[in-house]
Write a protein that binds this ligand. Structure first.
Ligand SMILES: CC(C)(COP(=O)(O)OP(=O)(O)OC[C@H]1O[C@@H](n2cnc3c(N)ncnc32)[C@H](O)[C@@H]1OP(=O)(O)O)[C@@H](O)C(=O)NCCC(=O)NCCS
Length: 310
């Protein structure tokens, strides 16, 4: 039965334990909801560009949080990214519809022109909901995976440049190369050094896991890998990720992308990682070809949907 009156309000810092509880229960009751550690949730809420007190809305029932919707605002590109989760015992009652209405209004107030949401192809409820709320399909992404322990990775022989891990005080170098490498990529919101400094110190990140290609001390390419220790501590496999891979536009077509990717994979292999995942834009044929050539296979599909704001 649909709820007739809602109790929606902005998130407060004191909601954190209940917010964690919602994620844990949702993951237990609905295995399609990804498992997220308490630490990771705190890190997401603490992102320097996210202000949960303004941008995150919750629905409360009997002292528990039964759902939330939030928007991650990207004013530089006038976009907001939507996220929403409803407790499995409180679905199909209109809660998401109402929460998302609040989140979309907030995005409009923050001068965003579009709200986008990323939905796996198998998530039928979310796809139906997006379509009812007038979101339109815009882009397909693929999830790719590889077990680095099962493949022989060729030796990397960079000529004229060096590949090494990022140093702890080199956040500005990573910011520089990331902004250059992705300047023309769909959906890229330029990063600030403060944001990068925050992200390289998250629980899944470490400067050591970011392989950089330097020519005369200037970054020309990089492979940002992550090791997901926190997410599934009981799992017997160690999961890793190719989080970002990029080459400066002035240095493309010289094998640098392949070399930094192989260096990243060798690094993950040396750390005992047995599942490496990444997501790739379905329209980036060169990147997809590179990933497939080193042994990645497609294992999932997901789409971005967009709602234009009046
Ligand atoms: C997707 C999700 C947010 C929907 O929440 P909800 O509160 O149940 O949604 P609502 O009650 O507002 O439903 C609105 C519409 O969504 C669609 N929908 C919701 N659940 C559905 C289901 N199980 N099967 C098919 N369509 C469904 C329907 O069109 C529904 O309208 P109707 O009930 O009049 O047919 C919820 O299932 C969820 O939290 N899933 C896990 C997290 C997630 O996928 N988030 C979305 C990405 S941000």
């Amino acid at each position: 039965m649909r709820i007739s009156s809602f109790n929606i309000r902005n998130y407060r810092t004191s909601d954190f334990e209940n917010y964690v509880q919602l994620h844990m229960e949702a993951n237990t009751l609905d295995r399609s909801v990804r498992s997220v550690s308490k630490r990771r949730l705190a890190e997401d809420l603490g992102h320097p560009n996210f202000n949960p007190q303004n941008d995150l809305f919750i629905e409360e029932l009997g002292g528990s949080i039964i759902g939330y919707a939030g928007v991650f605002l990207e004013p530089a590109i006038h976009r907001a990214i939507l996220d929403c989760l409803i407790h499995p015992l409180h679905r199909r009652k209109g809660v998401a519809t109402e929460l998302i209405r609040h989140a979309i209004r907030r995005a409009g107030e923050a001068d965003c022109k579009v709200v986008q949401v990323y939905i796996p192809q198998i998530n039928l409820p979310a796809r139906n909901l997006a379509s009812r709320l007038d979101f339109k399909y815009i882009r397909r992404f693929y999830g790719l995976t590889l077990d680095p322990q099962k493949i022989r990775l060729p030796d990397v022989e960079p000529s004229g440049y060096v590949i090494r891990s990022l140093a702890a005080d080199e956040a500005s170098k990573l910011t520089h190369i990331q902004n250059r490498a992705f300047a023309d990529s769909w959906g890229f919101n330029p990063n600030t050094p403060a944001e990068i400094a925050y992200r390289i110190n998250l629980s899944s990140c470490s400067p050591e896991n970011i392989m950089m290609a330097y020519l005369n001390h200037q970054p020309i390419g990089y492979c940002w890998t992550r090791i997901m220790m926190e997410e599934n501590p009981e799992a017997d496999e160690i999961k890793g990720e190719i989080h970002m891979l990029g080459v400066d536009p002035d240095f493309r077509k010289r094998g640098i992308g392949r070399n930094v990717l192989l260096a990243g994979l060798s690094h993950l292999k040396s750390k005992g990682v047995s599942v490496v995942e990444l997501t790739a834009d379905g329209e980036e044929q060169l990147a997809l070809g590179l990933y497939e050539s080193v042994g990645f296979d497609v294992y999932s599909r997901a789409e971005w949907f967009e709602k234009k704001l009046a």
